[in-house]
Write a new protein. Structure first.
Length: 275
């Protein structure tokens, strides 16, 4: 009787282990299949981007949208915060509409020369360098192989809910450019020329030392600037200066007075960008 009971238990255990093993294999195969499909989608997307034609235009006719984000966070407390789910939908829309993301170097060259302009160029920017840019926005940008720019306040690196140097280096290696939002985020038009120049040169040097890459773009804190700001930007070696004024970037408006498209909660990209 004991032998029979033991035999039954052993058989049941064998069946249970076999089922678990089968389920694990099935789950593993499903995960592999999903990863394979995702890799295929990324390859196809990159291939389509590579095949997209470029064109040359008179530089005065080149207008390129520069999207302005700040925080990508679930806790929407003000107009500067966009939910990750909403940001993901917006990035998918850009992909589906065949937009080509470009970085600061490419933007500067396109505005100055009018050469090699994609059919649908767009620049994605973030102000301040919040930690959630790294935690929430960066994975979505990586998924679509999108380029983007983060304007960093160098005094805030690794402080007060801002990402650290390790995150800066990682993102910089994966298509996310680190550019300047000054050292302290003080309103530049309230400072004398020497103080403005120091804010610009010191932040530029710090970012370049961390990433090992040149810094060509500057975003004015709160969008405030004056003639001294533009002069200091040129002397510091910046090629582009960004405001918070609405509009598309165009050389006619000045390379140090470039407008952007503010992205607030609830804004649909098809309401601000052409399909």
């Amino acid at each position: 009787m004991k032998k029979t009971s033991i035999l039954v238990i052993v058989c049941c255990l064998a069946i249970f282990l076999s089922a678990c093993s089968s389920n694990k294999i099935s789950a593993d195969e499903s995960t592999k299949s999903e990863r394979k499909q995702e890799k295929k989608e990324i390859r196809d997307f990159k291939k389509k981007k590579a095949e997209q034609p470029t064109r040359d235009l008179p530089k005065e006719k080149v207008t390129i949208p520069v999207l302005m984000y700040h925080s990508i966070n679930q806790d929407v407390r003000n107009s500067l915060i966009v939910k990750p789910s909403e940001f993901a939908e917006q990035m998918k829309w850009l992909k589906d509409q065949h937009y080509t993301t470009i970085d600061m170097d490419e933007l500067a060259n396109m505005l100055k020369t009018g050469k090699n302009i994609p059919e649908k160029p767009v620049v994605i920017t973030f102000d301040d360098g919040y930690l959630d840019n790294y935690q929430n926005a960066y994975p979505i940008l990586k998924k679509y192989q999108f380029k983007a720019t983060i304007f960093v306040i160098t005094d805030k690196i690794g402080q007060d809910n801002h990402f650290d140097q390790r995150a800066m280096k990682e993102m910089s290696k994966n298509g996310i450019k680190m550019e300047s939002h000054t050292v302290t985020h003080r309103e530049l038009n309230q400072l004398d020329y020497v103080s403005q120049l120091k804010e610009l040169t010191d932040s530029k040097k710090t970012i370049s030392e961390i990433t090992g890459k040149p810094v060509v773009g500057l975003c004015y804190p709160v969008g405030r600037f004056n003639a001294d700001t533009e002069k200091a930007a040129k002397e510091s070696g910046y090629e582009l200066g960004f405001t918070t004024k609405p509009g598309f970037a165009n050389e006619n408006k000045g390379m140090y007075q470039l407008p952007r498209v503010r992205m607030a909660p609830g804004i649909k990209l098809d309401s601000v960008l052409p399909k």
